[in-house]
Design a protein around this ligand. Structure first.
Ligand SMILES: Cc1cc2nc3c(=O)[nH]c(=O)nc-3n(C[C@H](O)[C@H](O)[C@H](O)COP(=O)(O)OP(=O)(O)OC[C@H]3O[C@@H](n4cnc5c(N)ncnc54)[C@H](O)[C@@H]3O)c2cc1C
Length: 390
């Protein structure tokens, strides 16, 4: 068995063990602590990181397949992994130095440090440049001030990759990235419970008030925060797309089984042509998403292997944006059709298809909305001079 096959087998075993616990937590609307505990047991908390740092050394395609498998268990479970790995560990690994790797990555792979990514603020979502968080340099570090809102794992994280502008507008006034330890009274956390899905996953917000960050926790060069944020979002978007493929696969499996068992008008509903249309369209959602995600994962792998190559980076950025836009909408369509196949039972949190429909809607919003993905794709066709962002 290759290391990729072993990892995917471990992911499958993890998902099987997690499923009954996840279903119970979901219907009881409570956070599922076993998402992390079982991930420790199966060593899944740093899948794409090198083995030397405690990870499993998965390539982009294998990691995407792992996230698709996890996505079948629910978008909430997959979102935890995106927060921990795709947008938590990724920027530390990609832009951090050896000391930062050593202090954060092995511990995060062991589950001793849960990670998050803090870009969004109450008044800065689609345009993170409008953020108002600031940092002030002191003799031995930085003091951060600001509020980060709608952060996956935000209420359970031990450290968060955070972005802020220099208070004194020094260094061209550009934003920088920091690894912020989520500790002390200057870091106040609140869980966000008023959401129409993903009940078993954590979404939080936090406020930093003169929150101290050591000098050695600036990530990358000062003023380079926006580039780090945008690079990280490529990783995050691919994880969302891959998770949505899993949602589609699960909706297809559920709709196929139910439609063959449920009898109306004297025959299994799978024999009604209009029900077959739903099954065929979910399969098309699956096949097309799968192809786009595979292509995007390969483009990302090529870009990661040549970090200085701007052409490969642009290719990966675009392939991932297309995969994210398509797969998130396809998953929404698949969940909607699967609920239709289930009829009244489908419109319920007691069934997997109803839970997928509630959860997957957010995938068209976070890590770049539908609209932002469309504008990126159109800009790549028209050229920068037609950018709708300027
Ligand atoms: C459950 C959940 C988890 C999240 N996790 C994280 C996380 O871990 N880390 C993090 O940093 N953020 C996270 N987010 C935040 C998420 O990335 C933002 O919600 C998203 O980027 C959109 O920002 P916004 O909500 O402020 O909407 P807005 O930016 O206010 O957009 C509102 C609407 O206007 C549209 N719009 C905005 N600008 C344009 C434009 N130029 N052209 C056309 N339409 C436009 C948008 O597409 C959208 O339809 C999360 C959000 C949710 C709901």
């Amino acid at each position: 068995m290759s290391s990729s096959e072993k990892l995917l087998a471990d992911v499958d075993a993890y998902c099987r063990e997690l499923r009954p616990i996840e279903e119970l937590c979901y219907v009881e609307h409570r956070y599922n602590e076993q998402t992390v505990e079982l991930a420790k047991k199966y060593n899944l908390l740093g899948m794409p990181l090198p083995v030397e740092l405690g990870g499993r050394g998965a390539d982009s395609v294998t990691y995407a397949r792992a996230l698709a498998r996890i996505g079948r268990e629910g978008t909430g479970v997959r979102t935890f992994f995106s927060g921990q790995t795709s947008i938590g560990q990724y920027p530390i690994f990609r832009y951090g130095n050896a000391d930062q790797h050593a202090r954060y990555l092995p511990a995060s792979c062991r589950g001793e440090k849960i990670l998050a990514f803090g870009l969004t603020e109450p008044d800065a979502g689609s345009n993170p440049l409008e953020m108002t968080s600031t940092y002030r340099k002191t003799r031995d570090g930085y003091l951060l001030n600001g509020v980060k809102y709608l952060i996956s794992n935000g209420g359970i994280c031990d450290a968060v990759v955070c972005f802020a502008y220099p208070e004194d507008k020094s260094g061209n006034g550009r934003m920088s990235a920091f690894i912020v330890d989520a500790v002390g009274e200057s870091f106040e956390v609140e869980d966000l419970h008023a959401k129409p899905g993903m009940f078993s996953a954590n979404t939080g917000m936090f406020q930093m008030t003169d929150h101290p960050v050591p000098l050695e926790n600036m990530l990358g060069e000062e003023g380079n925060g926006f580039r780090i944020a945008m690079g990280t979002l490529v990783s995050g978007r691919l994880s969302v797309a891959a998770g949505c493929l899993g949602v589609i696969e699960d909706c297809l499996a559920e709709a196929l089984q139910y439609s063959q068992e449920r009898v109306q008008h004297g025959k299994p509903i799978a024999k009604h042509q209009l029900v077959q249309e739903h099954l065929a369209m979910i399969e098309m959602d699956r096949a097309a998403s799968d192809a786009l995600i595979e292509r995007a994962a390969q483009a990302k792998a090529a870009s990661d292997a040549a970090p200085g190559d701007a052409t490969l980076a642009a290719d990966a950025d675009m392939a991932v944006a297309k995969a994210k836009f398509f797969a998130t909408n396809a998953a929404w369509d698949a969940a909607d059709r699967a609920v239709q196949v289930y009829g009244g039972r489908g419109w319920s949190e007691l069934y997997r298809v109803g839970r997928h429909l509630q959860d997957v809607r957010v995938c068209r919003i976070y890590e770049g909305t539908d609209e932002i993905m469309k504008l990126k794709i159109a800009q790549s066709l028209l050229g920068r001079e037609f950018s709708a962002f300027s």
